[in-house]
Design a protein around this ligand. Structure first.
Ligand SMILES: C[S@@+](CC[C@H](N)C(=O)[O-])C[C@H]1O[C@@H](n2cnc3c(N)ncnc32)[C@H](O)[C@@H]1O
Length: 402
């Protein structure tokens, strides 16, 4: 299997070139295996009337998880989800609910600290307002967009850079000349979402992040991203992990979050918390079996004979096995609104069995944790705000076409 360094990775114009037919076949086999094991597990159901001890047990687990989440967020006033849901007018923002959930989990603990964060793709500017409101006044946002109309969002707390995320030279310029001392703690990629753009961004940004920093890649819609994006990403991240640079990898529907190893000098480590009574299993078959007894909890996969999990091969297998987390079957309400700038517009996912069952997987060097939903999740992207910049740069008040 090809191994990537940031240098040789950039020599290929597209990460896809490194995915051989044999690797694609292996991915398809692994995905099939994951799907067939998922199909055997009875799915959690929306609970109307509690029945018996199992439900009480499940409710206790959910309460426990909520408590853990609240402890992480105790020091701050706002959550990403809370800010988003109350953003009724002004600069537009459109994000998936489960991504906001993940940001509350990974980033809310950084609230109040000095954080340098960047977002690729700022479009209408609403997301900049969210990062700055929730992380706080000491958060400086670097917004990168290919659209020059976005420069209007520059101010003392926000720097806008115009460029193409698929250009390695643009990243060098950004780190050398734009980001304060080149110290970037978080990068969120909500730009063009093409595999080669995301791969270039990952390879150009991750190794330059500060210790304990994060990269999050959004809107990875569809299982086809596993061979085109996740497999080359596994090679790159496996290489970085071998050097000791990867702390953990978190896969949620349509979202990949990677945390870099090491202690950040400006903010504390905020390890992700799981239910304390998680079941431990030695293989995939037992992992799926254990899920039906752990709705609302977590199942830990641990097997010392498998060696470290954060390797190119290990990551390739995990990404393929859980490919159906990225199944993309949605409906828009009202119908067709996703192609307009209507203020009221919501895309909602028809969950695949894997999305119904699993909230996310978390890969560490010595274990993988699968978080099991207590009940089927509602994964939705509810458009917020009233002012939009179109892809062509034109300003739109709510009602026109994006
Ligand atoms: C989905 S929108 C971003 C939405 C915003 N982050 C939010 O949360 O509401 C995508 C943005 O990515 C920008 N974009 C597309 N391709 C890009 C590229 N190659 N480099 C940089 N930005 C890009 C577009 O101009 C657009 O503003």
């Amino acid at each position: 299997m090809a191994v990537f360094t940031p240098q040789n990775f950039m020599d290929s114009e597209k990460g896809l070139l490194h995915t051989s037919q044999a690797e694609i076949q292996k991915f398809l086999d692994e995905q099939k295996q994951g799907m067939s094991l998922a199909a055997k597990v009875p799915l959690p159901k929306a609970v109307n009337a509690p029945v018996g001890a199992n439900v009480i047990n499940m409710a206790a687990k959910v309460a426990n998880q909520t408590m853990v989440a609240n402890q992480t967020m105790a020091a701050k006033d706002l959550s990403f989800m809370g800010w988003y849901n109350s953003h009724a007018s002004g600069r537009g923002i459109w994000k998936w609910s489960n991504a906001l959930d993940a940001y509350d989990r990974h980033f809310a603990g950084l609230s109040g600290y000095e954080v340098n964060m960047a977002e690729v793709g700022v479009q209408s500017g609403g997301s900049i307002l969210m990062w700055e409101a929730v992380i706080g006044k000491k958060c400086h946002v670097y917004g990168l967009d290919i659209n020059p109309a976005c420069t209007k969002f520059s101010n003392t707390q926000t720097t806008i850079a115009i460029g193409d995320q698929a250009e390695p030279a643009m990243w060098k310029h950004l780190f050398d000349n734009v980001v304060n001392k080149g110290e970037l703690d978080i990068l969120v990629d909500d730009g063009g979402h093409e595999p080669h753009q995301m791969l270039t961004t990952l390879a150009e940004v991750f190794y330059r992040l500060t210790p304990g920093g994060f990269i999050a890649l959004e809107d990875i819609h569809g299982q086809h991203y596993v061979p085109s994006f996740f497999t080359p990403a596994a090679n790159y991240l496996g290489y970085m992990a071998e050097k000791g640079d990867v702390e953990s990898i978190h896969v949620y529907p349509y979202l990949l979050v990677v945390r870099k190893s090491g202690e950040n000098k400006r903010f504390p480590g905020t390890p992700v918390q799981f239910a304390s009574d998680s079941t431990v299993v030695p293989d995939f078959e037992k992992l799926w079996e254990a899920m039906k007894k752990n709705y609302g909890g977590a199942v830990v996969l641990k097997n010392e004979d498998w060696g470290p999990f954060l390797t190119a091969q290990g990551l390739t297998n995990f990404f393929a096995h859980f490919a159906d987390l990225h199944a993309y079957d949605y409906y828009a309400t009202p119908t067709g609104c996703e192609h307009t700038a209507a203020a009221v517009c919501c895309n909602t996912i028809n969950n695949s069995p894997t999305q119904t069952l699993i909230k996310g997987i978390h890969i560490f060097n010595d274990r993988m944790v699968a978080e099991v939903n207590a009940m089927p999740p509602v994964i939705k992207a509810d458009r917020k705000g009233t002012e939009w910049i179109s892809y062509s740069g034109e300003f739109i008040q709510s009602g026109g076409m994006i």
